[in-house]
Design a protein around this ligand. Structure first.
Ligand code: AMP
Ligand code: MG
Length: 268
């Protein structure tokens, strides 16, 4: 299998060092790719079941990326065969009044996965070092404090049994243009389009810079960031699926041993 190393951030990094159109995890024709994703999705369902049965550790998948980068699509396809029983998805929106009245990690901590659970965050605490930075609501020192608070929060999670996978879905500005245009042109996609998407798109360079700073400051050995080339939807799905399956396999999950008192029981 292709190595994740090149896509795992260590230290200071520039988004321009990773081509959003790259497809290192794509092999074969479309049918082969579809089949590979299906196989991974079934494997993921089995691993999730073991995670639940073990009932001890937790997995948190953080998905970040600009509008149309494919966060929803990744969840739909990669988890297409995972039972809803063991998966909890949280989409983070603009903070409510109640959320704004607390520290920025409050709403996140409330939805971390519990023992045996797999949680997926569609956007996350990282929005709080992107939007406010681009909008000038916090200064550089404020952003640095938040990076450190995020690192402390994620260390707390990993030290208490949570494995954290963080993926930034990386698309080009031209690919976003096409996808936003499709949301405008195709009636069944129009509901996804928000006027605000265009205002955010105008700040593309500012968001890229905010991403570079945030990811450089928060890619730790216990919770590293992966940048996923995402102009190709098939590539994006396969790379994220491989990463999650590999992570769960490395956890060496085992089903709880049956008690000797049970193994010879015959149900009448
Ligand atoms: P969507 O994911 O397209 O439904 O949009 C959710 C919107 O909420 C995006 O524009 C996010 O940037 C915004 N959002 C989420 N979390 C925050 C946050 N902590 N601060 C500001 N905006 C946020
Ligand atoms: Mg949106």
């Amino acid at each position: 299998m292709t190595s994740f190393k090149k896509y795992c951030i260590t230290g200071k990094f520039k988004l321009s060092s990773i081509d959003p159109a790259a497809t290192p995890f794509l092999k074969g024709d479309e049918e082969a790719q579809r089949q590979e994703l299906e196989t991974l999705a079934v494997r993921l369902d089995d691993l999730q079941n073991k995670l639940h049965a073990e009932g001890r550790r937790k997995l948190l998948l953080v998905l970040q990326g600009l509008d149309t980068s494919g966060k929803d699509g990744t969840i739909r396809w990669v988890f297409s065969r995972t039972s809803p029983l063991g998966v909890r998805v949280k989409a983070f929106k603009v903070p409510s009044e109640d959320e704004r009245a607390h520290d920025f990690l409050w709403r996140c901590h409330a939805v971390v996965p519990s023992a045996g659970e797999l949680a997926i965050w569609n956007r996350s605490h990282y929005e709080d070092v992107l939007v406010p930075v681009v909008e000038g609501l916090i200064d550089k020192a404020g952003a640095r404090r938040r990076y450190a608070q995020i690192n402390d929060f994620e260390r707390l999670l990993t030290e208490t049994g949570t494995v954290v996978i963080k993926c930034m879905l990386h698309i080009s500005k031209e690919e976003q243009r096409k996808r936003l245009q499709a949301r405008i042109d195709e009636p069944d996609k129009r509901w996804k389009f928000q006027m605000d998407d265009l205002a955010v798109r105008k700040k593309w360079a500012d968001y890229e810079e905010a991403y570079e700073k945030a990811l450089s400051a928060t890619s730790t050995d216990y919770a590293p960031w992966h940048v996923v080339p995402a102009d190709s939807k098939s590539h994006r799905n396969l790379m994220v699926a491989h990463l999650i399956v590999k992570t769960l396999e490395n956890m060496k999950l085992t089903l709880p041993a049956a008690s000797p008192a049970v193994s010879h029981l015959v149900v009448q």
